[in-house]
Ligand binder design. Structure first.
Ligand code: N01
Length: 546
């Protein structure tokens, strides 16, 4: 078997699969390495009860193949995890991708091995050849490739809380992001769940239906907007498929690359009268989903605008939750949208059930996990099952779990010790021919991920063609370009309300992690910049020849 490839891909989720397809189309040898025993990435691992996408199914899907988008039939407005996983497997089969995907294989290291000095003594000069990426996998094998592309996902590295005694719990304990594929039976069990982000908010209503008792430990109340999920009407499917590409193009004009159903934002909040604003909030609320935040364009820019709409949401919580004190505890007080809001089915209503208890751990943290449960606020709780819905080491966690080294053995961990440094979220100086798909510094998690993935893969594929045409062997972001880019990404974020709370966008959920706002806000200007860079001869990148 040829262990020297054109392109090594790490990960076989949405990004890895499309990369394999695209590289093959270009006639390049490619192999994707995937730790899981199946394809699907986040949708393979996150099989917790209630797991579902918060972007509508017709939009959260590949647009690269007309045949695929026309033939696939989504069942629901928001696809459940099992449906998305079925779709991803269908894509792997339909495009015959499995031959170039190696499952059950964790990539341990990726090192850039610089070229031997040439006869003239200059490494990488014309007769020396370029360096190669060498990866080592947990099955003891070594592979080399001209390029290494990290398709490792933004939300794939589990954040396990460092609560004392975590290992001492004698009952069943599961993290939502590593859920057992055979499922968990909660029937008649006393269940505790830590975390009220999207994973907690989606799973709590479902677990409550079968558990004997469910106790939710909430450190920060989160905003959640009703999904109003349901079967997708045939007319909707037909209407979208009638001009799918036009709909995708319209979505790409949106700041978050999804949500055309909601129409463009209705200007600045206070340009409307109070009555008009309330009517607009109500109308958007009734449509459900994340598009609610697009009701006016300054929700995440103007504190006063945000105060008003977040109070509207708190009013909705009070209207649903019977106990006023419980409603107060469930009401967030941070800026709406600065932590990713959730999209739920029956979340707040679940707290009206007799078998559900909310425990506020915002002021008194969970002291410790015990053999039987946990202790907080001087009270011991006993459980048969403990669920950790504590999220991810987002955007950099998966990259840092691999020993990545560039020129002169520099590690990525060292280079990014004060926060990720990238040019366009695609590359970083000192690591030639290494690309990150939806890396930090790109719109990624603030957008429809599938759209952002396709944009990155297409950009890289075009870049490879360009390099081939020009006889270039390596590409590397310049230090000046990445410094300017990091500054730009932060500058945009600082003009918004995003950095005002302890979100995973900022790395604030992981103790000790550098606090830097990681995603680039705004899809269209980002794409424009990527295109300008190309038009200017890949401005900000250096090339070297083979
Ligand atoms: O993780 P989170 P998630 N003691 O980080 C709490 C995507 N996603 O898995 O807020 C007590 O949001 C933590 O508290 P706090 C989506 O982008 C999408 O839920 O840090 N509590 C928080 O409540 C989402 O945003 C879908 O104070 C502790 C929770 O755990 C992202 O993934 C579905 C704690 C973690 O929430 C992450 O969501 C699921 C401790 N020691 C996920 N440590 C879709 O719908 C942490 N917490 C597509």
């Amino acid at each position: 078997m040829n262990r020297d490839l054109d392109v090594i891909v790490v990960g076989a989720g949405f990004a890895g699969l499309y990369l394999v397809h695209k590289m093959r189309e270009q006639g390049r040898s490619v192999r994707a390495f995937e730790a899981g025993s199946g394809v699907g990435g986040t949708w393979f691992w996150n099989q917790y009860p209630g797991a579902r996408c918060d972007i509508e199914s017709m939009e959260y899907s590949y647009g690269f193949s007309e045949e695929l988008e026309q033939s696939w039939v989504w069942d629901e407005r928001y696809a459940r995890q099992s449906e998305i996983l079925r779709y991803i497997n269908h894509v792997a089969d339909r495009f015959d991708l499995r031959a170039d995907i190696q499952l059950n294989t964790k990539v341990l290291s990726a090192h850039y091995v610089e070229a031997e000095p040439a006869s003239n003594g200059v490494a990488g000069s014309s007769d020396a050849g370029a360096g190669r990426w060498q990866i080592k996998t947990d099955d003891g094998e070594t592979w080399t490739g001209a390029f290494c592309i990290m398709a490792t996902g933004c939300l794939s590295s589990t954040n396990t809380p460092n609560i004392p005694g975590l290992d001492s719990f004698a009952g069943e304990m599961h993290h939502t992001s590593r859920w057992p594929h055979e499922g968990v039976d909660f029937e008649g069990k006393r269940v505790g769940i830590i975390g009220t982000g999207s994973s907690g908010i989606q799973s709590i209503p479902v677990i409550a239906e079968s558990a004997l008792q469910l106790t939710v430990f909430q450190r920060t109340a989160n905003y959640s907007i009703p999904a109003y999920n349901g079967a997708l009407a045939e007319e909707t499917r037909v209407a979208i498929k009638a001009d799918y590409q036009a709909i995708r193009a319209l979505n790409r004009e949106r700041g978050a690359a999804f949500g055309i159903n909601w129409g463009p934002p209705g200007g600045l909040t206070f340009d409307s009268t109070k009555a008009e604003r309330l009517e607009a909030y109500e109308r958007y609320w009734e449509m459900g989903g994340l598009g609610f935040l697009g009701v006016f364009e300054d929700i995440l820019m103007d504190q006063r605008a945000n105060d008003e709409i977040s109070e509207f949401v708190r009013g909705k919580i009070r209207a649903v939750v019977d106990d006023p004190e419980l409603a107060r505890l469930l009401s967030p007080d941070h800026v709406l949208g600065c932590k990713r809001p959730c999209v739920d089915t029956n979340y707040y209503k679940t707290y009206n059930r007799d078998n559900v208890e909310l425990v506020d751990v915002s002021e008194k943290a969970i002291d410790r996990i015990t053999e039987r449960g946990l202790v907080t606020g001087g009270r011991e709780f006993e459980f048969d099952c403990l669920v950790l819905a504590t999220g991810f080491d987002a955007m950099t966690g998966a990259l840092h779990s691999i020993d990545i080294r560039g020129r002169q053995e520099q590690t990525l961990v060292d280079k990014w010790s004060a926060g990720p440094i990238t040019y366009l979220g695609l590359g970083t100086n000192g690591f030639p021919n290494l690309f990150t798909i939806t890396g930090p510094g790109s719109p990624s998690v603030l957008t429809n991920m599938v759209t952002s993935i396709e944009q990155h893969v297409d950009w890289i594929a075009n870049c490879f063609d360009f390099m081939q045409g020009q006889g270039h062997a390596t590409i590397e972001a310049t230090r000046e370009a990445e410094e300017a880019w990091v500054f730009h990404v932060n500058e945009i974020a600082d003009e918004t309300l995003y950095p005002t709370c302890n979100s995973w966008y900022l790395g604030a959920n992981v103790p000790g992690k550098a606090r830097v706002f990681m995603p680039h806000i705004g899809f269209p200007p980002y794409v424009e910049k990527c295109n300008e860079v190309v038009a200017a001869g890949y401005e900000g990148f250096d090339f070297s020849s083979a």
